[in-house]
Structures are given as structure tokens and as C-alpha cells.
Design a protein around this ligand. Structure first.
Ligand SMILES: Cc1cc2nc3c(=O)[nH]c(=O)nc-3n(C[C@H](O)[C@H](O)[C@H](O)COP(=O)(O)OP(=O)(O)OC[C@H]3O[C@@H](n4cnc5c(N)ncnc54)[C@H](O)[C@@H]3O)c2cc1C
Length: 280
């Protein structure tokens, strides 16, 4: 299969992809694996696609698969409305439309020679997963690779197979916690941001990638700054209601910035204050 290497897209053209598998992650989250009918398009960790379910509508979805294998693209989707519910019920063999990849990716190159700290809450593991896979594929470029994962309960953890593999891999230091445990859970209990003060990494020479609910990202940034991490090495990825994906419609505006054009990945100084304004 041909893989086309392109810069961030501005095109509105939708390309056909065929669903190969739908994997249940939690009761309301699935990962949909798709293959292009024509050529595959390269993407960078942190980018997103606009996914079109024919006859239903379109949604912005982060790519959750390995950037080294763009011929099998995955998106991990929580059912919240029409499009995401339809995506949760897709059958293998169905054709869907994809345009993208769009958006500013995670600045993985800035972490080279430094500690890489990835903090994910709930489905927030999906948009950082490509960055983790890329970092592990070029492990020698980074010093420590640390992953902190939080979920509401054990049944809300996504990518459990990956977490098991990574927990056994000395190349990555994995810490998983849940807000509330159930019978049989022997892991940590408490919110993910509580792990930040004690986990071994060098805050003055590290880069952090943070993805989860906005309140979690705010507390994570506070915790990292309190440990001495420079604010411009903390990166978050944001979500807003998005329509065009290419910076023309204005739906995903956050203060002076359009998420689709300038984000969705931002350095903390770019959005920290905006994120503390209620309802913005
Ligand atoms: C850059 C980007 C990446 C995203 N990545 C993912 C992903 O990987 N997985 C995933 O499950 N979702 C992701 N989302 C959110 C996803 O786009 C929305 O959940 C989806 O568009 C909802 O469409 P719908 O038709 O199912 O629901 P709708 O009927 O359109 O909406 C259902 C409810 O969700 C609200 N809503 C819609 N979009 C958003 C949004 N972006 N943020 C907050 N609330 C919203 C609506 O106001 C409404 O209350 C991402 C959003 C952006 C902007």
C-alpha cells in the first residue's frame, strides 16, 4: 500500500475507509480500526481526523493508533451523541469517510534527550497513545519515559492490553490509579494528579504531555509546575465543538485561538489562563 506523507491538511475532501474491527474498551467506548480504500496518509501523534458516518454526520476524533502504521488507523470513541453512538455500533466492512489528519501534534522532538512524562485521564489515553508508541519505538532518544494513567474505576480503564504490556516493560515506568476501587482491585486508588509529586522524573529537564478532562489537566499542570517543570514544557490537548476542522467556521474558538487551526495541542502558557475561565 502507498503511504502519502503530507503536512497538516487543509483539504475538505473526505476519503473512504473500511471498518476492519470494532473493539469494545469500556461500556461506552470503542476503538474502531479502519483501512483506506485508496492510499494511506501519514499522521503525527496528537493529530485528529474528521470522521463522517454516511447519513448521520461528522465528528472530530483523535487518532489513537501507531503513527508507524497509517495503513491501519484507529480512533477511540465515547458514545455521547448521534455520530459517536453510530460509530460505537459500526459493523466490520462498513465504509466511513475520513478527512485529515488535522492539527498541531505533540512536540515529541522537544522531549528528545529529556524525560518524557505522559499523564492521561480516562479516554485521554487515546490521543497520547500514538506519542507513547512513537517514543517506545525510538526509546534511545529519551531518558525516562513515565506514564501516569487515571480512570474513574477499573472498568473505565481503556487500552488495558497496552497497560499490561507496558507495565512489564522496563523501558517505561507505568503508574495506574482509579478514583474508586471495586472488589478485587489491588492497584492504587486516588486521582491521577496525586501521583505527580512522588513519581521519579527530573521536572527541570522533562516534557509533559497531558490529556484528560480539563479539570484534571489544570491540576496536572499545577502539580508539574509545583515540582519545578517550566510551564512551556507542559502540553495539553483541548476539545471544543468542532465543525470544519480547517480554521474557517469558528465553532472551535477558545478566546483568540481556533483549536482546529492552532491546536488541539497547546503549550500551557498559551491556554492555561483561558482554561480557568468558566464556560469559555
Ligand atoms: C480535536 C478533537 C479531538 C477529539 N477526540 C475525540 C476522541 O478521540 N474520542 C472521542 O470520543 N471524542 C473526541 N472528541 C469529541 C468528539 O468530537 C465529540 O464527542 C463528538 O463530536 C460528538 O458528536 P456527536 O454527534 O456524537 O454528539 P453531539 O450530538 O454533537 O453532541 C453530544 C453532546 O456532546 C457535546 N459535545 C459535542 N462535541 C463536543 C466537544 N468537542 N467537547 C465537549 N462537548 C462536546 C454537545 O454539546 C452535546 O451536549 C474530540 C474533539 C475534538 C475537538
Amino acid at each position: 500500500m502507498t503511504i502519502v506523507d503530507t503536512p497538516p491538511q487543509r483539504t475538505l475532501t473526505t476519503r473512504p475507509y473500511v471498518v476492519s474491527t470494532v473493539r469494545q474498551q469500556t461500556h461506552d467506548i470503542v476503538t474502531v480500526d479502519i483501512r483506506p480504500e485508496r492510499e494511506a496518509i501519514a499522521f503525527a501523534p496528537g493529530q485528529f481526523d474528521m470522521i463522517y458516518v454516511y447519513g448521520v454526520g461528522e465528528a472530530a476524533l483523535s487518532i489513537s493508533s501507531d503513527p508507524a502504521a497509517p495503513q491501519l488507523l484507529s480512533h477511540t470513541i465515547r458514545a455521547v451523541g448521534w455520530v459517536t453512538r453510530a460509530l460505537n455500533h459500526l459493523q466490520p466492512g462498513t465504509t466511513i469517510g475520513v478527512r485529515g489528519p488535522y492539527g498541531r501534534p505533540w512536540p515529541l522532538a522537544d522531549a528528545e534527550g529529556r524525560d518524557l512524562v505522559v499523564i492521561a485521564g480516562g479516554i485521554g489515553l487515546a490521543p497520547v497513545r500514538p506519542a507513547l508508541l512513537a517514543a517506545l519505538a525510538q526509546r534511545e532518544r529519551f531518558r525516562r519515559v513515565v506514564l501516569l494513567v487515571g480512570a474513574r474505576s477499573p472498568r473505565d480503564l481503556v487500552f488495558r492490553d497496552d497497560l499490561d504490556v507496558w507495565a512489564a516493560d522496563p523501558a517505561i515506568d507505568v503508574h495506574v490509579t482509579v478514583d474508586s476501587a471495586v472488589r478485587g482491585w489491588v492497584g492504587r486508588v486516588g486521582v491521577v494528579t496525586k501521583l505527580i509529586p512522588a513519581v521519579p522524573f527530573d521536572p527541570e529537564d522533562a516534557v509533559a504531555l497531558v490529556c484528560g478532562p480539563e479539570v484534571m489537566m489544570r491540576f496536572a499542570a499545577e502539580g508539574l509546575i509545583a515540582r519545578g517543570m517550566p510551564t512551556d514544557r507542559i502540553h495539553v490537548t483541548l476539545e471544543r465543538n468542532m465543525r470544519c476542522g480547517v480554521g474557517t467556521c469558528g465553532h472551535c474558538q477558545l478566546g483568540p485561538t481556533l483549536l482546529c487551526r492552532d491546536g488541539p495541542v497547546y503549550a500551557w502558557p498559551e491556554v492555561g489562563e483561558l482554561m480557568s475561565v468558566r464556560e469559555l
